[in-house]
Design a protein around this ligand. Sequence first.
Ligand SMILES: [Zn+2]
Length: 320
Amino acid sequence: MTAPRPIFSDNPIDRASHLRMDDAWLADSLIDPQTRYVPFRNLNALIVPSERPDAPMDIGWQAPVNVAEFVGDGAICVFLGLMDGAPRYAVDVSSLDDKHEASELARAGRFMEVRRVSTRLGFGIPAILAQGRSMIDWHKRHQFCSTCGTPSKSSQGGYLRLCTNDACGAQHFPRTDPVVIMLATRSDQCLLGRQPGFPPNMFSALAGFMEPGETIADAVRREVMEEAGIKVGAVHYRDTQPWPFPSSLMIGCRADAESEEITIDGQELEEARWFGRDEIIASLENPAINLEDQKWQGLTVPPPMAIAHHLIRDWAFDND
Ligand SMILES: [Zn+2]
């Protein structure tokens, strides 16, 4: 059985990072009639709703003339790369206020929350929004140099912020925060946990932020021990998923459990259990996995947009 790839994967944009160094090319591209911008307002992306409920929606790409007032000195504007041969940018239009509601930009679509809309978009499109949302959020939260406190300015197409204090000159780069997410297994069982906020009957793979100086395998072993008291031996990398809220990278692993007795930490998890392969398959094959059908009383696992779903599915159906 196959399932869609984790959402926010498969970015169709060529990041063309060599062009970030070319100031003249960047300046020209900002006003090139072929260039297209995805506007973000308070981190919500401009989306063109589809006319049919089952048809995929798309980004409300804008020509330079429609976003000119938001692209200039001090603007938050990031070169995403090239797509279909044309430059693509993300631009912050949060200053779009109520008096602009009748503008071309506001009429082009609706500003929608990226996580909510991501399952309604065409293949690869959520990955463009992940790139744009993470980058704009980083600029919004890093307006000042963290070394000396002087205002910093955007450079290299938005992939660098430079301190404007000549005596400091610190360079600041966008960050990605790694998170390990792992399915611990032992013979024909896998370990899943419940956080207090989960819907009824929902369990997922354990997860946690990596710490400085840690390998991926170290982080997997530490998290499974901390959260469930289970000892882990070998760790096997599976896949990754960008998670732009604000800038995580989920690193999906399989982990060979070497003990069985669960001791939950009582903080991050309210329950952890071993589930048999049959119970997992019954859940995955249940059409009510969308969580909205309250008739299903059995185990519910995360939907296909989440890498946890793929870790669980690949193990259950032996797709390795
Ligand atoms: Zn500085």
